[in-house]
Design a protein around this ligand. Structure first.
Ligand SMILES: *[C@@H]1O[C@H](CO)[C@@H](O)[C@H](O)[C@H]1NC(C)=O
Ligand SMILES: *[C@@H]1O[C@H](CO)[C@@H](O)[C@H](O)[C@H]1NC(C)=O
Length: 419
């Protein structure tokens, strides 16, 4: 139905973003050092007009990597494609310092992309702590991709750090393989003064649960000299800890794979001619060093980021994919459930550049949410989730939220009125 529509690449939102410089974030945050941010109300000027459910749908931007993985007979190559997908899934964070709207309890988001061969549904399944669950499946039955995310935000004086608690699972059905991982930490720097910038760091381990083989990816902290800014480096090893290949690159740019011996030799030569001057380190500015990835001869390209559309910088640094997420396509109104994020009036108003209206609507929705919570408490009624159920991840055993099915049957008669 929407096939043709998606061939139009969106390059703009209805309105450019509202300038933030008139609002002092420091005035709000200085009382909250070390606290969890989820309970602090921030001015809407620091948001971007997407809900967190829409933001996690951006994992799907590079689904072609999964489609590719499903065609590769070699298991190491499949792992490479899954690793590239895991890195590409967080690449849209680059320069995205706007905070997505917290989803309301019971809010859902669906994304059907027939051209890319998948559909996704997500639901806000818990409010405190805020947990978002998603489930995506290939229309051809090749893969399912699911997870539940609890973004724990902390304010550290100069920066805000998000720990993405929760497990992500990729099942390649044709090969009977399941891979799991967690996303790296994400940090927004320099929030008091100066310009904001994003760093992602931490170790991401992608485990093949059929064999115990794994891919270890190290998202490097940028360090004092900025040499490691945005760098990702890792390897794929089998159960006997034999390294099959090294994977390297930047999450903001591209990822390559090369044989471990070639990588080591290259590394030794590189170490020789190296010295860098120390920079002013009391600030939280982004380090200057911005070299592009130098490609080691013999490497294979796994993934490269797409350039952003022309108007991106005045539109929250969105990718084309992000620009399309809140779009109401012809025919959608008739099929979407009343809980879909595209129907949220505050996000819609912000997208249209109506900041006062967006603020008022956000306040109204949060108030409505508080009131229905009180009502439920009075009648000792438990909130029940609609499309996901709490359970254990079948591969890791850790607590997770699993899709119970049925969303696409489109029977939405009993959904709550949350807007
Ligand atoms: C993952 O497990 C499957 C099933 O045992 C195995 O055939 C494959 O070699 C493994 N793949 C990787 C990349 O480790
Ligand atoms: C967009 O990116 C630029 C740097 O490229 C940065 O200065 C700006 O703050 C970013 N805007 C948002 C909304 O994150």
């Amino acid at each position: 139905m929407c096939y043709l529509y998606f061939c139009i690449v969106l390059t703009a939102l209805p309105a450019p973003m509202f300038p933030r410089n008139s609002v002092s974030i420091w005035g709000i945050l200085k009382k909250c050092i070390g606290l969890e941010l989820s309970k602090i109300t921030m001015p809407i000027a620091f948001n971007e007009p997407l809900s967190f459910l829409q933001r996690i749908s951006e994992y799907m931007e590079h689904t072609y990597l999964l489609n590719k993985a499903c065609t590769l007979p070699d298991s190491i190559q499949r792992m490479q494609a899954v690793a590239a997908f895991a890195v590409s899934a967080v690449a849209s964070q680059w320069d995205r310092t706007g905070k997505p709207f917290n989803p309301l309890l019971g809010e859902t988001y669906e994304l059907t992309r027939e051209d890319q061969g998948y559909r996704l549904v997500s639901e806000q399944v818990s409010h405190h702590p805020p947990v978002s669950a998603f489930h995506a499946e290939s229309l051809a039955g090749d893969f399912v991709f699911h997870g539940s995310i609890y973004p724990k935000l902390k304010f550290w004086g100069k920066s805000v750090e998000a720990e993405p608690k929760g497990t992500i699972t990729m099942e390649l059905l044709k090969f009977n393989e399941a891979y799991t991982w967690s996303n790296p930490f994400c940090c927004v720097h320099n929030i008091i003064l100066g310009s904001l910038w994003i760093e992602q760091y931490g170790t991401v381990e992608i485990i093949n649960h059929s064999t115990g083989d794994k891919c270890v990816l190290n998202f490097k902290p940028c360090g004092m000299f900025g040499k490691e800014l945005h760098r990702v480096e890792g390897y794929i090893q089998d159960k006997s800890k034999r390294k099959h290949c090294v994977i390297y690159g930047k999450w903001t740019e591209c990822m390559w794979s090369v044989d471990p011996q070639t990588f080591e030799n290259h590394r030794k030569n590189e170490k020789k001619g190296e010295s860098r001057k120390k920079e002013n380190d009391d600030s939280d500015d982004m380090p200057e060093s911005q070299d592009t990835v130098s490609v080691i001869p013999g490497s294979t390209l796994l993934w490269r980021i797409a350039s952003r559309p022309t108007h991106s910088t005045t539109m929250y640094n969105f990718t084309s994919f992000a620009m399309s997420l809140n779009e109401m396509e012809p025919g959608m109104e008739a099929t979407l459930p009343p809980t879909d994020g595209r129907l949220r009036p505050d996000i819609r108003a912000m997208e249209n550049g109506l900041m006062d209206e967006a603020s008022r609507e956000k306040e109204r929705l949060e108030q409505k949410q508080r009131e229905s919570r009180k009502e439920r408490a009075k009648s000792q009624e438990e909130w029940s989730t609609r499309w996901f159920q709490q359970g254990n991840n079948p591969f890791t055993g850790s607590p997770d939220w699993l899709y119970t099915g049925g969303y696409f049957n489109r029977n939405y008669a009993t959904l709550p009125n949350i807007y």
